[in-house]
Design a protein around this ligand. Sequence first.
Ligand SMILES: [Zn+2]
Length: 85
Amino acid sequence: MALITCSECKKEISTLARSCPNCGAPNSSTVKHSNNTNLDWSSDDDKKLLSLYKKNVPEFALAKILKKRLTDVRIRIIYLMKNNK
Ligand SMILES: [Zn+2]
């Protein structure tokens, strides 16, 4: 997962985070991509999704656990796998 520096408090935050967990400033890197579905996902959701996915939890179960649509879970897994290299 890539990290960027918060524009407000200068701490490192995930590029996937909607806002800085330290000071709450909006993450400018996600604001730029606001036309995708990523804004519905918190970094906690991502962590949970990735750890469960790596334990071979099926996608429909992931959707249930995270209270997301199955299609969103699939898209997010692909996105996270691409950005996790
Ligand atoms: Zn901050």
